[in-house]
Design a protein around this ligand. Structure first.
Ligand code: GLN
Length: 537
């Protein structure tokens, strides 16, 4: 079967959830036996989101092959249970970079290089790339931003061209809009949808299906009206109500028959009904918890939960696995100090110290770690959180005054965390950290080993600093052991406290590999430890 292409565009406003709709549709098609992947095209000029502050764009999701990507790729992986790669996230910056580099190489043979056809050709080439691997029956392309934005125009134009080139049954366009409810008028309003479809049509793209986000059910009459004004069939006006969790959306879209509309438009073989049994089991456990815990998330971007998207979702997966409601309590690390930490964290059943960069909030993280270490409260540290755990231990247990990471304190006497050797020559910012999947060997008999149940794992990374092995012996003698090591470089990947019920910290990011149907063992066991701690109180 030749690969079919589905495009998801958005109008009216951003944040309508194109990523979740794309992932949910992909899930339904996958559950019918199709192989599906999703890619995201982002209209900004950065080559990738790696250099963006989390406040700008939320978390930066890292793929197995070490690409720094949009957080929507995290949703794709969490829903589909299949890894994405560099090819799944393309930005305007990457497109232009490629075209301009080729221009300097003389590849355009003296021609004037223009948005049409050179930029649009490059967009089309990338839109087709994953389909050409032969691995996928269906490629879903989510186009970031809103139709009508100046920066999304080349993407919409490339999509217009591609539809003609590939043929009507090879592509489907799903347009996501908003049907707002005006409380004063007591009515749902279709005009924004009409306008946004008109904008898309003016660019030469007629959508096949409309997914209408709404806070209230859209009555049949109104769907008819939208269909009439927007040139789609009434049964292709799909309602997307706010869901209790994002993991409900595949089932809601199934109810609305989004998958059937797509199958009929693309003339796909009508295979089996989607098998969503394991998905429903996951949801069943999630919604019927038998326990409840409070987990503190200590970080410096807590005002914007999107900055910790994958961690939050990992707790959802682990919560379901434990049939436990996990309440995440946010703590701005800047606000924690030795005087208030005990009273602020006293009701917590576990504490996670988050990844991050820079000095702001560093001291507060150390205070949180000292508190949980001394009080036997379950603790997990991720990346910077692990580095903080090492520094805290060095200062307060080994008595190494001023011990620090050279990221925050370049002149420290005790560089417990230091820049990796091969990072010292790096001058460019984007894409130059230690990124992506590396192997980690777990020490037999350690907590990490018992958590994973195996000796060799691969996990994803994003960092420039590492544990300084000069201090390892002193650490281990005092009860903090390196239970995970990279076999090729000797880099410390996991540290854990021997005389503590649950104190495990990783240099890598377990949250990037947790999915709905494969919750990450570290999170699963961490939540379990929180449940045990809550019971013991
Ligand atoms: N800033 C630290 C480093 O670069 C930790 C990075 C992170 O938490 N992702 O090593």
């Amino acid at each position: 079967m030749a690969t079919k292409y589905i495009f998801v565009t958005g109008g009216v406003t951003s944040s309508l959830g194109k990523g979740i709709i794309s992932a949910s549709l992909a899930k339904l098609l996958q559950a019918r036996g199709f192989t599906v992947t999703i890619q995201k095209f982002d209209p900004y000029i950065n080559i990738d989101p790696g250099t963006l502050n989390p406040y700008e764009h939320g978390e930066c999701f890292v793929t197995e092959d070490g690409a720094e990507t949009d957080l929507d790729l995290g949703h794709y992986e969490r829903f589909l249970n299949t890894p994405t790669s560099q090819a799944n996230n393309v930005t305007t910056g990457r497109i232009y970079n490629h075209v301009i580099t080729r221009e300097r190489e003389g590849a355009y043979l003296g021609k004037t290089v223009q948005v049409i056809p050179h930029i649009t050709d490059e967009i089309k080439r990338r839109m087709l790339l994953l389909g050409q691997t032969g691995e996928f029956d269906i490629v879903i392309t989510e186009i970031g931003g809103c139709v009508g934005d100046i920066e999304s125009l080349p993407f919409i134009e490339a999509l217009r061209q591609l539809r003609w080139e590939l043929g009507v049954h090879e592509t489907a366009v799903i347009h996501l809009t908003l049907v707002p409810y005006l409380r004063a008028a007591g009515e749902l309003k279709t005009k924004p949808t009409q306008h946004s479809v008109r904008t898309l049509s003016e660019a030469g793209v007629q959508p096949d299906i409309l997914v209408c986000r709404s806070e209230h059910p859209i009555p049949a009459e109104m769907r008819k009206k939208i269909a009439l004004f927007c040139n789609v069939k009434t049964n292709s006006v799909i309602e997307s109500l706010d869901a209790e969790t994002i993991y409900d959306v595949p089932l809601l879209m199934r109810k609305e028959k989004l998958d059937e509309r797509v199958i009929s438009k693309l003339k796909l073989p009508h295979r089996v009904e989607p098998n969503l049994d394991s998905w429903k089991e996951f949801l069943g456990r999630l919604k019927n918890p038998t326990a409840e815990v409070n987990v503190a998330l200590v970080g410096k971007y807590v005002e914007l939960p999107d900055a910790y998207k994958s961690i939050i979702e990992s707790f959802v997966h682990a919560g379901s696995a434990n049939e436990c409601k996990v309440n995440i309590k946010w703590f701005q690390s800047e606000n924690l100090n030795c005087d208030n930490v005990a009273s602020l964290l006293k009701d917590m059943d576990a504490v996670l110290v988050a990844p991050g960069f820079g000095e702001r909030g560093f001291a507060g993280k150390l205070e949180a770690i000292r508190f949980v270490r001394e009080n036997n409260i379950p603790f997990m540290g991720i990346c910077l959180g692990m580095q903080c755990a090492a520094v805290e231990f060095a200062r307060n247990v080994l008595g190494l005054e001023g011990a620090a990471s050279t990221e925050m304190f370049p002149d420290t006497q005790h560089p417990i965390i230091d820049m990796m050797e091969d990072q010292k020559q790096v001058t460019q910012m984007g894409g130059t950290m230690r990124l992506g999947a590396y192997t980690c060997e777990l020490k037999r008999g350690s907590k990490a080993y018992s958590i994973y149940g195996k000796a060799k794992v691969t996990e994803r990374h994003r960092h420039r600093y590492e544990f300084n092995n000069r201090y390892l012996e002193a650490f281990e003698q005092a009860g903090m052991i390196a239970s995970g090591i990279n076999p090729d470089t000797g880099l410390v990947e996991v540290i854990e406290l021997q005389h503590h019920p649950w104190f495990v910290a990783a240099q890598y990011h377990p949250e990037l590999k947790s999915t709905a149907l494969t919750p990450h063992p570290l999170f699963v066991k961490f939540v379990k430890a929180a449940i045990n701690y809550a019971k013991s109180k």
